[in-house]
Design a protein around this ligand. Sequence first.
Ligand SMILES: [Mn+2]
Length: 589
Amino acid sequence: MRSLPRQRWMLVETDHAAAELLAKEARLPLVLAELLVARGITHASEAYAFLNPETSQLNDPFLMLGMTAAVARLERAIVDREPVLLYGDYDVDGTTAVVLLKTAIEMLGGEARFHVPHRLREGYGLQSSVLEAAHAEGVRLVITVDTGMRAFAEAETAQRLGLDLIITDHHLTKADDTVPAALAILNPNQPGCCYPEKSLCGAAIALKLAQAVLERRNPVRTREKTLPSFLKMAAIATIADAVPLQGENRVIAALGLRELRRPAGAGLRALFAAAALDPAARQISGFDVAFRLAPRINAAGRMDVASEVIELFSTRDSHRATELAAKLERLNRERRDAEASALTVIEKRLASDTELVSARLLVIDGEGWHRGVIGILASRVVERSARPAIVVSVEDGVAHGSGRSVDGFQLLKAIESCADLFTRFGGHAFAIGFAMPAEALPELKRRLRLYADEHLAARQPERLLRIHAELPLDRITPVLAGWLRKLEPLGHGNPEPMFVARRARLVAAPRIMKERHIRLELAQESTSPIVSGASGAIRAVGWDLAGRVAELALKAGSLIDVVYRIRENDHPEFGGLEVEIAGIQIAGA
Ligand SMILES: [Mn+2]
């Protein structure tokens, strides 16, 4: 698995005429206009809004179907001091959604309780037993967050008990568009909802409900103080849940990240400290949230109980917060260890198992791998092999599987073709999960092999390298880098720009670092000025690209095409702009 899968470079098609027009009208660098046009932005006013997110761009919550009924019921509960049960999910999205609504209800003088199911013991989704217990304790209003869209039977239980149920969820409705019977459903994806932003995460929908009740109580204070502080939580969830960072999601993410500069709560501050992030020293980026905060928050639900995340974000006691953050840190380390040890086994098997070496779709099973990490493991295998992969953990005769796919192959369809083998299964086109008796595993492998032979081409697996724009190296300037920063926060639906430069000259011999990485000094052929580094060259780094030096016989003077991202190196001496290479070819190859 050491050798990387082959790359296929694909330059994203852009409407150049539209980009030139936008560049002129909005006075933007052409390459930025190209990137905006690729995001569907063609008018100067849209470009302005995209590059300058602000609270006024947040939609009116009452545009959401069901909001009036939901707000009326919640307000009554708050006024009557009725306990409200918030029912969440165990991931970042679900837990932050609970925190948001709990905080809002308590701010308004109401009483909120919560339940987050245990991932391994209870599993995903609303449970009738929890509704029954809550009812016995006197709860008459239940609000789900990030879950509930398919809880038909549980909604009936609620009805039978006389519980009012408000479902807030962003998951898609059933194929026949039916929805559970509830007092109100807040979900922009349900039939009949005209809310303009369809891809809000669960916590953002909870935010809209909180915004609605808070604004009705005190519009000015909400706009100026409460909402900005709530945006922090919603931003973390929006980035962690991987919804596209465009439209209202972009506004939530951008403003929330800005607010994270001043983390007020004890929980957030403890979490930052545990993740070695200092928001006072450096603006928290989408990358920080996705790769440093979210894994720590998710570790709770993956490895243990997610309810402690809610306590972490609710507590005012900084000692308790530090304690809880330390626990998350430990769970995250356990998660990483579980992942690393299983990955070592998987790598060995991928290299030696002849059946796997030639398989178009990988099914890899092991005894007792932690079920909280099999999804991450599947992603890792896909990254390295460029093939769809399912990782299965066998425990007490039950096989739990989690799979991830590659561009163009709908893994869910493959799984559906084996539906009779599972005790349960589900997912999206490109990410699936299932449980089944372990003895049926050989049959699953056999059928999936046949399915893959039929539906996946036999060509050598390759990774698609999407390139967003052409940008010669001598056009990289601090001014352009400043403009490109305005695209942040980057993430799903708003990817970091990947550029291609043709005809770059190696001005010195490539340097290999730790036998894996390379450092190059590159100068753009045929054009002039100097950007950084000595001798008219820009520094370049290529992680894991050492193999390319020999393959392409690179030496001083070689002329190459490079796919790259722009990096700002803040090293005091060697600081400045440089490029991080994602792909190299001999020029014109
Ligand atoms: Mn979610």
